[in-house]
Design a protein around this ligand. Structure first.
Ligand code: ASP
Length: 304
């Protein structure tokens, strides 16, 4: 049994592994791992305290996929609910649909009795208002994106932590694999914009027969290259995990995107081997097996 996650999953990975140890399924573990990240007030890229869109509203996206049946559920641009991953799971389990968005997703959450919460924190609001000075080095694509969105919003852009997302993949006692993604998406995004996170095949894919992959980074690129599905397809075609990741990252070179920025993938093969890739040096991911006392943080494969 194993759980692999993006490194902001540290607040949830122990809980996810504990869920597996107690006999929970891979789907249970993914939700158990992601919920603490969604509640973490220090993480401005996921759930509560996520950075808002162009008009100052926090809109969340999430998806979950069951590698045993290829069932999937997702919500997009949902406001006022702290745990979109749990709502995505209910979409998968209770609706004859994969993805619901906006007012429909909020209606579904309300019908199921999920508690409502104002997700915009004063700190996230302050970041949204923006500062004139750039305090953090970011790549040219991100600078361009922020300038464009700041122009649309008539705001001064602050590139500090403009994006990230959380990825969790779990493999349970039965060898079943599940994959989950949750995000507040790109800060200053146009209202209603969906990234790769709620789109099955773009930001999330799981298939017990081959493995699973999930993405963080510029969603528009992962959507155009079907990145998560590509990793799993390359595994199916017989590539090893590292080669599959390298190939999927290299596919992104063909995506001509003026706003290109960081792209990152975490993955697990069908035998439970974890790995991850990034187009930034020194990026890390975490994993924890059921026989480990704590998680281990490893460097991602660097594929510029
Ligand atoms: N992939 C997310 C999105 O495009 C954001 C991120 O991971 O940075 O919404």
């Amino acid at each position: 049994m194993i759980v692999v996650a993006s490194s902001n999953g540290k607040v949830g990975i122990r809980q996810a592994v504990e869920t597996l140890r107690r006999g929970g399924s891979a789907l249970d573990a993914v939700v158990a791992g992601i919920e603490p990240v969604e509640s973490n007030p220090e993480d401005h890229s996921v759930g509560y305290s996520g950075l808002p869109n162009l008009i100052g509203e926090v809109e969340l996206d999430a998806s979950i996929m069951d590698g045993r049946t290829l069932a999937a559920g997702a919500v997009g641009a949902i406001r006022g609910y702290e745990h979109p991953i749990a709502i995505a799971r209910r979409v998968m389990e209770e609706l004859p649909h994969v993805l619901i968005v906006g007012a429909g997703a909020e209606r579904f959450a309300r019908e199921l009795g999920f508690p409502q919460r104002d997700l915009l924190t004063p700190e996230a609001l302050a970041v949204w208002r923006g500062r004139l000075e750039r305090t953090v080095e970011v790549d040219p694509g991100t600078v361009k994106y922020l300038d464009r969105m700041a122009g649309l919003a008539k705001l001064a852009a602050d590139p500090e932590r403009p994006n990230e997302t959380v990825n969790f993949i779990a493999r349970d006692r039965e060898g079943n694999i599940a994959c989950g993604v949750s995000t507040s998406g790109w800060s200053w995004k146009y209202p209603g914009r969906l990234g790769d996170s709620p789109i099955i095949a773009a930001g999330n894919y799981a298939d017990n027969r081959y493995g699973a992959a999930a993405c963080t980074g510029r969603g528009e690129m992962a959507m155009r290259a079907a990145t998560a599905h590509s990793v799993v397809l390359y595994l199916k075609m017989g590539l090893g995990l590292e080669a599959a990741l390298r190939e999927a990252m290299t596919d992104l070179h063909a995506v001509d995107d003026a706003y290109a920025g960081g792209m990152n993938i975490v993955a697990l093969d069908r035998d439970g081997m974890p790995h991850a890739a990034s187009n930034r040096p020194d990026a890390t991911f975490i994993f924890m097996r059921d026989d480990m006392a704590d998680y281990e943080e490893r460097e991602r494969l660097y594929v510029p």
